[in-house]
Design a protein around this ligand. Structure first.
Ligand code: TRP
Length: 450
């Protein structure tokens, strides 16, 4: 067994976990879901889910990891053999996510390359993004480049260097986002967008709002995906899990809100309040951001800076996704790291090709109303993750017992939110997750529309 390194200190752990959590989920995915599923009402449901569900599940995963000192596949098995299958399903999700994550990563590289080539004005025109993703070969080419960059970093093992760079580039991302968000909010007509994003309007509420917010919460916090268990296994015993989780939440949600403030008001400003523009789905960031930069009058430089930073956030997350799958393959099939890495890289790329072609060659093809990319995203975040989360609750309550977990959390002092934690784990979370899953299956079968 490889030796288990541990994080240097409290800040080391929080930053590493935040580095995994902060990625395309915050900057690309959160704003388009918030725009699509009701604005302020989505935001408030999202925040409630983060501080209740997200808190509970992240605490559980980190505590399980630290208690066992094992990665997910083995942690479930070690604590209770009957639940070993949860470890396997958990381990499968990052592969699905990695496959289409690299497609979006490719889009980021394409935009960066275009800015470097001086294409800022062209990118700000209507239809540019659709033209790009509608192409037959370009999206796959850029997806390939993104996967290749990840593989080179993973093969060279310069992961630590990347993490080091992350510590410098993340704060830069925050500063730049803050500047762009302020600019975007002061554009004429943007105020309506700020209101739409921040003020809850209950007429926009639907079951889908909750489902989408829940899926986003899992995604953004990197939950139900084996990763936080693994990170927990590196965590020293004298660091407070409870406080760390809260800091990760603030960081992760803060950046998501900032991205929302950067993108949504700008959509209102550039479309003269035409709400239908909000529904551009995965393309929202790629359509709006170039317009914002163009109107700032120094499009090229800001464009390059912004997409370099987003690329870094995406790379660190993608690398840890691929790394998570690789360590599982090594654990399970006793392969060498090089072989496992090559295998996972090839599978990630191959599995992602349909998503890359989703708006081009496969443009007419849809699965229960979703494009291939949206389907991969939906199935992993809104179906598989709630299922794993439900299993994790059952496992924690009946398989290991909540005492074992709360004791682990209380190693560094009183577990302040223990009452809430217990009630959530025992009653609220399982019931809620079952309702969500049934709703999901029924809608998938076409019984009702969510
Ligand atoms: N949370 C990441 C983001 O917001 C994406 C992600 C989900 C992830 N699960 C992960 C990253 C596991 C690394 C490991 O972009």
């Amino acid at each position: 067994m490889e030796k288990r390194s541990s994080f240097s200190g409290k800040i080391g752990f929080v930053l590493a976990a935040a580095g995994s959590a902060v990625g395309l989920g915050n900057i690309w995915r959160f704003p388009y879901l918030a725009a699509e599923y009701g604005g302020g009402i989505f935001l408030i449901i999202y925040i409630i889910l983060v501080v209740t569900f997200g808190f509970t599940l992240m605490t559980t995963e980190i505590a399980l990891g630290r208690k066992t000192g094992l990665s997910a596949v083995r942690a479930y098995h070690a604590l209770n053999k009957k639940y070993a299958f949860v470890g396997y399903i958990t381990s499968f999700i990052p592969l699905i996510i990695a496959s289409y994550y690299c497609v979006i990563g490719g889009w980021v590289i394409k935009y960066l390359a275009s800015y470097i080539g001086g294409g800022g004005t062209a990118m700000a025109q209507d239809g540019y993004f659709e033209g790009f993703i509608g192409g037959a070969s370009e999206p796959v080419l850029f997806q390939f480049i993104f996967v290749a960059v990840c593989m080179i970093i993973l093969f060279l093992g310069v992961k630590r260097g990347v993490e080091q760079a992350n510590k410098i580039l993340m704060p830069l991302l925050v500063v730049l986002s803050l500047a762009v968000a302020i600019y975007s909010m002061t554009l004429p007509g943007a105020l309506e967008g700020v209101k739409y994003f921040l003020l809850p309007d209950f007429s926009h509420f639907s079951f889908m709002t909750v489902l989408a917010a829940l899926g986003q919460m899992f995604y953004s916090m990197s939950l139900a995906m084996a990763i936080m268990i693994t990170y927990g296994s590196y965590l020293k015993k004298d660091i407070s899990i409870e406080r760390s989780v809260k800091q990760i939440e603030v960081f992760d949600t803060g950046i998501a809100i900032l991205a929302g403030l950067m993108i949504i008001p700008a959509v209102f400003a550039f479309s003269n309040g035409d709400m239908s523009q909000l529904n551009s789905g995965p393309g929202l960031m790629f359509i709006t951001i170039p317009k914002v930069f163009e109107s700032m009058g120094m499009g090229t430089w800001i464009g390059i800076a912004f997409f370099v930073l987003v690329l870094f956030a995406a790379l660190t997350s993608a690398i840890s996704l691929i790394e998570a799958v690789t360590s599982i393959v090594i654990d399970k099939f006793h392969m060498t790291r090089k072989k496992a890495l090559a295998l996972v890289g090839i599978v990630t790329f191959a599995l992602g090709i349909p998503s890359a072609m989703a708006f081009g060659l496969l443009g007419d093809f849809s699965i229960i109303g979703f494009s291939v990319l949206d389907f991969m995203d939906f199935i992993s975040n809104n179906a598989l993750m709630p299922f794993v989360a439900l299993m994790t609750c059952i496992f924690a309550v009946y398989g290991v017992g909540l005492n074992a977990i709360t004791e682990e959390v209380a190693l560094t002092g009183k577990f302040k939110q223990e009452r809430m934690y217990r009630v959530m784990m025992r009653y609220i979370a399982p019931v809620f997750l079952v309702v969500i899953l049934i709703g999901y299956v029924l809608s998938g079968l076409g019984v009702f529309k969510i």
